[in-house]
Design a protein around this ligand. Structure first.
Ligand code: GYE
Length: 342
């Protein structure tokens, strides 16, 4: 008979004694049921006492360090692990999808207790996630989602990226009375967050026939690429552009540099709106160069570890948790910068 909640049952099994951890072969309940009960089999290890939280090992595959947001996200996760005295193996994917796949496969081989993934790309995860599931290791996604069946992971902690894009679009519509010629700086195209921020923005401006995206190009969520792309687009569309929508603050900050280098005033000649609400964006708003930013919280550490602890205790967690955000405008920046956690 199929277990009612196979995943959380496996979680319990996966945090069993060191024998199964050392060889990286903790098994699912159904596999354990199928296994013969000779000494050393899954049936045997399943009877051992669960590990304490202080004994579990988390493998964390991080996207990279492409943006200020990402650096803050890593910091939040690492600090929280230290605070709770939970061992965290940190693998920096350096923004290469295959590095992340290799890191996660390595965690499976090692037999970590829980795997946390902040995926650079949403496609291509199924075989690895199936492998983690087969090994009885629960997977928690943070900061971005994957394109895979929901039963291949335990839970995903993200923001409402479509909402964020919509907020940026609505903000710009209001500022321009529904008339703008926009450059869109897209995030990493293979990331769900980029697709969703694009969709939300498109939905908002679709209500305004005089709001047009004149170019939409990826800056890969980095300041350097945001600047380079903006330089090219400014010369290709001289005199046409009056707004920039960047999928994150870092690309907006790069674009601001390019706008200034072209002799124009960011925030005035060209309105700039982006997503994240990192401290450097607040600095740019105080200087009048960035007009608004939609918050996307990077402080996932406490929520992530609350979730991990629940999973480790065998408790059920929601499939998806949305971390809320809000819109910050230029004139609020000076008063609020000291309150920004990242
Ligand atoms: O907005 C961007 C980062 O996945 C939500 O990735 C995250 C995004 C964030 O590089 O700055």
């Amino acid at each position: 008979m199929k277990p009612r909640n196979p995943v959380s049952r496996r979680v319990f099994l996966s945090i069993l004694g060191s024998a199964s951890i050392a060889v990286g072969c903790a098994r699912s309940e159904s596999e354990a049921e199928r296994a013969t009960s000779k000494p050393g089999s899954a049936n045997d290890t399943a009877r051992r006492a669960p590990k304490k939280l202080s004994e579990i090992v988390i493998g964390f595959s991080q996207t990279g360090a492409e943006s200020s947001w990402r650096v803050a996200h890593s910091k939040s996760v690492q600090e929280e692990a230290e605070k709770r005295k939970i061992q965290l193996l940190f693998a920096d994917g350096q923004n290469v999808h295959n590095n992340q796949i290799n890191a996660v496969n390595g965690f499976i081989t090692k037999g970590v207790d829980i795997i946390v993934i902040a995926p650079q790309e949403s496609l291509g995860w199924k075989p690895t996630l199936k492998e983690a599931k087969r090994a009885g290791i629960p997977v928690v996604l943070t900061s971005r989602g994957v394109d895979a069946d929901e039963d291949l992971y335990e839970t995903v902690l993200v923001a409402d990226f479509v909402w964020e894009g919509r907020q940026a679009g609505e903000w710009l519509a209001k500022q321009t009375n529904g008339s703008a010629r926009i450059i869109e700086l897209v995030g990493t195209p293979a990331a769900d967050v980029a697709t969703m921020r694009k969709a939300g923005f498109a939905e908002a401006i679709a209500k305004h026939p005089d709001m047009k995206i004149i170019a939409s190009q990826s800056g890969d969520f980095t300041r350097t690429k945001g600047k380079a792309v903006m330089e090219t687009l400014l010369s290709a569309h001289k005199g046409e552009i009056n707004a920039v929508y960047a999928h994150n603050d870092d690309m907006a900050l790069g674009a601001i540099q390019a706008i200034e280098a072209a002799g124009l005033k960011p925030g005035k000649d060209i309105l700039v709106v982006s997503v994240d609400a990192v401290k450097p964006a607040f600095e740019a708003m105080i200087e009048g160069k960035l007009n608004a930013t939609v918050e996307c919280s990077a402080v996932h550490g406490p929520l992530l570890f609350d979730t991990i602890e629940k999973i480790a205790r065998g408790e059920k967690v929601p499939k998806r948790t949305i971390v809320p955000g809000k819109v910050f405008e230029r004139d609020q920046a000076a008063a609020l910068i000291s309150t920004r956690p990242y």
